[in-house]
Design a protein around this ligand. Structure first.
Ligand code: UT7
Length: 340
């Protein structure tokens, strides 16, 4: 790669890890006052995967990252930045999960840090990777989205426990001079006015760990579900329309629209607003639930492994989450197609 020519960021590879244990809607019927029918109709979710008790966010991130590095045709020594999007880190808040992942992968003396943008984390990570690469500071950035959401879910609260799952996804973003491989655009934004829509009240400086925190269950995620739902549909639709218009690409030219997997009704509403055909829209929410920052890379991995995503094909990513945060990205898949 020449450094005298313009340098672009390119999406070179994808990997993911799905934990073994399955929590089905039928399992949840035995735990809270809910039904498979209600969950399926309102969310499209049939099952989600949960990490084992001794399996941590970093362990899942490492498994996804190993695949991504190998599939990029690289080794750990080639990675010069490790970033991990998570709101369920191994530790609140030191050391970062990115540092633990780096150590487990044998990546040493390389910048590594976490960032919290909830479900928007992975696409936020792509914007960070793009900036580092295009400024010439880094060449191969490992972007990880990993969550053990089950660690902050109250399994007696039917309004949240039916939604979330665990998992990880990772991508290698590399420098290239080939404009055809380059990210077309990434847009990331936030509005803290809606901070109370999705909150984990503790632990933090507002609510340090105490008996009161435990008695009131403040360590668990709380969500204003219906309000979040409405805002998600509105924001995702607007965001995606803007990025397509800005880059003069009509929605029918997108082979892979990969939205955040929170609720099938949200995905369908946004897809319909964009006049997308069913085969353009990637859906994994039925089998993984909402895995927050891992949701989009797990979905990309699914279509790559199944042979649906091929080298050079355009991906449109769109996500929304706590903060509130949202982000979209328009980029070709610059890695090799899966060998099948
Ligand atoms: O990833 C970050 C972004 N997150 C999201 O985008 C999530 C957005 N929100 C949602 O996906 C939906 O709002 C939910 C799936 C969480 C809830 O669906 P909803 O259609 O918005 O239902 P609701 O909260 O308005 O509740 C309707 C009814 C209520 O009963 P009443 O008050 O009408 O008698 C709830 O108590 O459904 C009840 N309900 C349930 N019933 C059976 C809530 N949860 C359940 C449940 N099983 N699990």
């Amino acid at each position: 790669m020449s450094t005298t020519q313009p340098v672009y960021a390119s999406f070179k590879s994808i990997g993911a890890y799905v934990p073994e244990k399955i929590l089905s809607n039928e399992d949840l019927e035995k735990m809270v006052d809910t039904s498979d029918e209600w969950i399926t109709k309102r969310t499209g979710i049939k099952e989600r995967h949960l990490a084992a008790d001794d399996e941590y966010t970093s362990d899942m991130g490492v498994k996804a990252a190993k695949l991504a590095i190998e599939r990029a045709g690289l080794t750990s020594e080639d990675i010069d930045l490790v970033i991990c999007a998570t709101v369920t880190p191994d530790y609140f808040n030191m050391p970062s999960t990115a540092c633990i992942i780096s150590e487990k992968l044998g990546i040493r003396n390389v910048q590594a840090f976490d960032f919290a943008a909830a479900c928007s984390g992975f696409v936020y990570g792509l914007s960070v990777a793009k900036a580092f690469i295009e400024s010439g500071m880094k060449k191969n950035v490992l972007v990880i989205g990993a969550e053990k959401f089950s660690s902050i879910v109250d399994y007696t609260d039917r309004s949240t426990c039916i939604l979330f799952g665990d998992g990880a996804g990772a991508a290698v973003i590399s420098a290239t001079n080939n404009k055809k491989e380059a990210f077309i655009d990434v847009h990331a934004s936030a509005d803290g006015a809606y901070a109370d829509f999705l909150v984990t009240p503790a632990p933090g400086t507002v609510n340090p760990v105490s008996q009161k925190v435990l008695d009131e269950g403040l360590q668990y995620v709380q969500m204003k579900g219906n309000e979040t739902f409405k805002l998600a549909v509105k924001t995702l639709t607007k965001d995606v329309k803007e990025i397509l218009k800005k880059n003069d690409i009509p929605s029918e030219e997108i082979p892979h629209f990969i939205p955040h997997q929170a609720n099938y009704r949200i995905i369908k509403a946004v897809g319909d607003a964009l006049k997308m055909q069913e085969e353009q829209v990637v859906v994994t929410v039925h089998k993984y639930g909402n895995t927050s920052a891992a949701s989009i890379p797990m979905a990309i991995n699914d279509i790559w492994e199944s042979g649906r995503l091929k080298q050079g094909e355009l991906m449109l990513l769109d996500t929304f989450g706590g903060g509130l945060t949202w982000a979209s990205a328009l980029l070709p898949f610059a890695g090799e197609s899966a060998q099948r």
